[in-house]
Design a protein around this ligand. Structure first.
Ligand code: ADP
Ligand code: MG
Length: 315
């Protein structure tokens, strides 16, 4: 028995604009269920890469396969159904209601009105938008964060295999961005969709992604898990992008308290407690704020372990 082919596979793919190699010899294999972040400075070829994957633009060299099939063999509507696409500014049609916007692809696919209605209801719930309030609203009545939620709902409408997102949260304020990141992490967990997410924000990439591809001048210079990148940046460019001084704190941010705790060993009941799922950066902040060198770790109201400053510093 052979394994299923990767859902997305690029082999030596290039895109050339008037002599400029916007994407230059990129090879990339994305397994089903991956959350891939593509990160790099402005102009390095992130958007071009994502548009090649949904064939909004054609590649000039190499091959792109979706579930093992050459992308050029797909019909346009098959690609639109199988790949949802979300861009920075939402891209909602201003003269259409939220419901009509979300229904864009299902309408194109000729779904029955009742099925569309039910799907819109389901997606509004998934994106935590009140159906009574938003179904008939027009985009200009929505905040930026709400518009992006509708944009994600629209991209998910026909239950695509892949969600392609090009800096979807870059224009949002930090609090809204944080809420949308949490929603997207939950949706990835609940649906198991393959997500390709372009960002220039390293914290966002490390928080969300299972795999991170770092791009520089059309090339992928490193592909790895957040942990691999932080522990072993491939070169100075990646190291610089991770932020030399922030790397230690970022390492803390990708580990949970549960992963570093020791067994319960009688820390006093008045010792501050932290949730098992908190990250180690939060744990460190709590220690610094309270002057404690150790914290109790709690899960579902029970103390499950103890976390010591020494174990954080040694990381
Ligand atoms: P990023 O999304 O990482 O900021 P892009 O993929 O948009 O970068 O662009 C990569 C390079 O390709 C840039 O040098 C950009 O100017 C160039 N480029 C992108 N799209 C076009 C186009 N339609 N025509 C000409 N050059 C383009
Ligand atoms: Mg871009």
């Amino acid at each position: 028995m052979t394994d299923a082919p990767p859902i997305i596979q690029l082999d030596h793919v290039s895109k050339i604009y008037g002599g400029v190699r916007a994407v230059d010899d990129v090879s990339l294999s994305v397994a089903h269920g991956t959350f891939l972040a593509i990160i790099g400075p402005s102009g390095c070829g992130k958007s071009t890469t994502i548009r090649l994957i949904n064939r909004l633009i054609e590649h000039d060299e190499g091959s792109i396969r979706i579930s093992g099939e050459e992308i050029r063999s797909f019909r346009e509507e098959t690609l639109r159904r199988r790949m949802g696409y979300v861009i920075q500014s939402g891209g909602l049609f201003p003269h259409w209601t939220v419901e009509r916007n979300i229904a864009t692809v299902p309408v194109l696919l000729g779904w029955k009105p009742e099925r569309i209605r039910d799907r819109v209801t389901e997606l509004l719930a998934l994106l935590q938008l009140d159906a009574n309030r938003f179904r008939k609203a027009y985009p200009h009545r929505l905040s930026g964060g709400q518009q992006q939620r509708v944009g994600i709902a629209r991209a998910l409408a026909a239950d695509p295999d892949v969600l392609l997102m090009d800096e979807p949260f870059s224009a949002l304020d930090p609090i809204t961005r944080n809420a949308l990141q949490a929603s997207l992490a939950r949706i990835h967990k609940e649906t198991g969709k393959t997500i390709v997410f372009v960002t220039h924000d390293m914290d966002e990439a490390l928080r969300l992604a299972t795999q991170v591809a770092v791009m520089d001048r059309g090339h992928i210079v490193q592909l790895g898990t957040p942990r691999e990148l932080l522990h072993a940046p491939a070169n100075d460019f990646v190291r610089g992008f991770l932020g030399a001084e922030d790397r230690g704190l970022r390492l803390l941010a990708i580990e949970t308290a549960a992963s570093r705790m020791r067994p319960v060993n009688g820390l006093a009941a008045e010792t501050p407690a932290i949730a098992a799922g908190s990250d180690l950066r939060q744990a460190l902040s709590e220690m610094l704020a309270t002057g404690q060198h150790a914290l109790r770790v709690e899960e579902a109201g029970r103390v499950v372990g103890e976390l010591y400053l020494d174990d954080l510093v040694r990381l």
